[in-house]
Write a protein that binds this ligand. Sequence first.
Ligand code: ADP
Length: 268
Amino acid sequence: DPRRTLEIRIVPYGDHQQMLLARDVSELHRLETMRRDFVGNVSHELRTPLTVLQGMSEQLGEMESLDAEDLQRPLALMDQQIGRMTRLVDDLLLLSRLETERPVVDRAALDMPRLLDEAVEEARALSGGQHGISLTADESLSIEGDEDEIRSALSNLLSNAVKYTAAGGRIDVRWFVAEGAACLAVADTGRGIPAHHIPRLTERFYRVDAGRAARDGGTGLGLAIVKHVLSRHGARLEITSEMGVGSTFTALFPIAARVSPAPDASVS
Ligand code: ADP
């Protein structure tokens, strides 16, 4: 198998013999390559805003006199780059916490309709009225989990929908039961994702269009965070997409309990 790496050692055995020891180190190799790629990616992602900041500070240093107006543009640019680095470091810290901490033990019943309401409000603010964002939620459907983690997964899915959908597009968020699972679907009418990219989207720093995604202010870690949060909640992510039509990200959670409908809503 050309994908496997063996480590071979020859060691003395008895007085006159030698022994050949072979160890399969493919997995170690794979992890080492992943670690190296990750460090390389993080360094590169931090390098870019640092280079911009350095350029700006040099430029400012060379100017002979400065008035408030001269400062406006460079300061706005510096602020943008600092924001980018801050988001990256925050996402890295969250991801490392999600990876090292035990699965969610402190499970509490979550008020999903409220969390969804808040996430949709946040997305509307981000969109600045450029998208039609709707929410349909089954009020009786509840899951257990960690509120902060679920909040960050929702916010990543919704901010992606806003980022990758042109102005005038629609984003529909639905919370419903299907196939015995509690489903959260975020559907957009955005640019879509070529099929061969879909299986790799949740890898850290994997982007369909690197230049464009970075300009849109993404850290490249959003879907990696979503994937970790979901797996810590026993949930999985399904992604479907059609180019030029849109994408749907669906998280399928195990159902914790169904709250019985309010008396006035029941029909006998
Ligand atoms: P980023 O910070 O780059 O958005 P993510 O991990 O959140 O990082 O997403 C990874 C990549 O997946 C994005 O760069 C983008 O190419 C693609 N992507 C994510 N969500 C969508 C979407 N709703 N529509 C189209 N492409 C998307």
